[in-house]
Design a protein around this ligand. Structure first.
Ligand SMILES: [Mn+2]
Length: 300
C-alpha cells in the first residue's frame, strides 16, 4: 500500500473537534502499546535491510504543518517502506495540533511503517521542556476540551519508542549518543527516569573528544570519540539525529553524525529545511553524514 495523506485529512487537521482528536489519540496509543509489547518492552525499533529498502527520515517539525505536507507530497514517499519521525512534533510552531493530527493519522493507517520517535518535547514528566506552548495551543484550538487533549497526548508520549536501529547501518534518535554505554541494551531499554534516556532525548554533538554538561541544562555535549564508541557498540556507521536548528542538514564529527531539521519559520528563521530519503538495501553500503547530506537531502 502506498503511503499518502488523504485529501480530507488536510481539512480535518484544522477542523477536527476535541472529541475527534481524543479518538485519534486513543487509536494511536493502542497501536503504539501493541508495538511495544511486540518488542518485549524495548524502546528501540529495529529495521532490517533484508526487508526494508527505502526509509524517509523527518527531523524536528515543531508545529510547521506546511513543511510536513510538503514532505508527504514528495514523490518518494508513497513507495517508502518506513517513515521515521525524529521527534519534536509540537511547541514553537502555531500548527502543533495539526502536525499531531496528520502524523497520528499516518500512524493509525500505516501502523509499523510509520515510526514516531520521542523527542525532548515529548519527554517524561521528570524532564520538562521550556518553552512549552502545546497546552496553550490546544486550549486555543479546542477551548474547554484542550486540557483533555493535552492529557491524552502526554499519555501517548509514554508509548513512543526512543530510537530506531537500521541494522548494520544507522542509529536514529532525537538528541544524541549517550556518553556512557557498554551495550545495545543500555540504549534499547533505557527507562524514562535514567540518565541515558535524558541523553538520548537531549544530547548535542561537539567537535573534538570527550563530553561535558550541556548548556541546555539537561543532557551532555558528546565528542567524536563518544560517537565512535557508541556506533561501534550499535554496529552501525552513522548517527542520524535532529534537535538542533540548521539549514536542513548539518554534518558533524567528520561525518559520524548527521543533523536533520525539517521545519522553517520562527523562532529559528533557518532558510532551508530538509528530509532524507535513504536506500538501505543490503547491497547498498551505509553512508556517512557527508554522503547522506549530499545525496539524500531534499531541501526546500
Ligand atoms: Mn529537540
Amino acid at each position: 500500500m502506498e503511503i499518502k495523506i488523504e485529501e480530507r485529512w488536510l481539512r480535518d487537521a484544522f477542523e477536527a473537534s476535541a472529541g475527534d482528536f481524543l479518538r485519534l489519540i486513543e487509536a494511536s496509543k493502542r497501536i503504539l502499546k501493541r508495538e511495544k509489547e511486540l518488542r518485549a518492552g524495548s524502546g528501540m525499533v529495529r529495521i532490517s535491510p533484508q526487508t526494508v529498502n527505502r526509509i524517509i527520515v523527518v527531523g524536528d517539525l515543531h508545529g510547521d504543518v506546511e513543511s510536513l505536507i510538503h514532505i508527504l507530497s514528495e514523490s518518494e514517499v508513497p513507495n517508502a517502506d518506513r517513515i521515521v519521525f525524529l521527534g519534536d512534533y509540537g511547541d514553537r510552531g502555531t500548527n502543533s495540533a495539526e502536525v499531531y493530527y496528520l502524523t497520528l493519522k499516518l500512524k493509525v493507517k500505516y501502523g509499523s511503517r510509520v515510526i514516531m520517535l520521542r523527542g525532548n518535547h515529548e519527554g517524561p514528566p521528570n524532564l520538562p521542556v521550556m518553552p512549552h506552548d502545546l497546552p496553550l495551543l490546544f486550549n486555543r484550538r479546542f477551548g474547554a476540551g484542550g486540557a483533555e487533549v493535552y492529557t491524552g497526548i502526554r499519555e501517548l508520549w509514554e508509548w513512543l519508542p526512543h530510537c530506531a536501529l537500521v541494522e548494520g547501518k544507522y542509529l536514529m534518535l532525537h538528541g544524541g549518543m549517550p556518553v556512557n554505554i557498554t551495550s545495545i541494551r543500555d540504549i534499547e531499554y533505557a527507562t524514562p527516569t535514567s540518565p541515558i534516556f535524558a541523553e538520548i532525548l537531549w544530547n548535542d554533538p561537539t567537535e573534538g573528544n570527550g563530553y561535558f554538561d550541556s548548556m541546555r541544562g539537561v543532557g551532555m555535549m558528546f565528542g567524536e570519540d563518544i560517537t565512535a564508541h557508541g556506533l561501534r557498540i550499535m554496529g552501525v556507521k552513522t548517527l542520524i539525529r535532529s534537535h538542533e536548528p540548521c539549514e536542513g542538514v548539518q554534518i558533524r564529527q567528520n561525518g559520524k553524525v548527521l543533523t536533520i531539521f525539517s521545519r522553517k519559520g520562527p523562532p529559528y528563521f533557518n532558510t532551508r529545511a530538509a528530509y532524507l530519503c535513504i536506500d538501505v538495501t543490503e547491497e547498498c553500503e551505509p553512508m556517512d553524514a557527508n554522503a547522506l547530506a549530499r545525496t539524500a537531502a531534499r531541501i526546500w
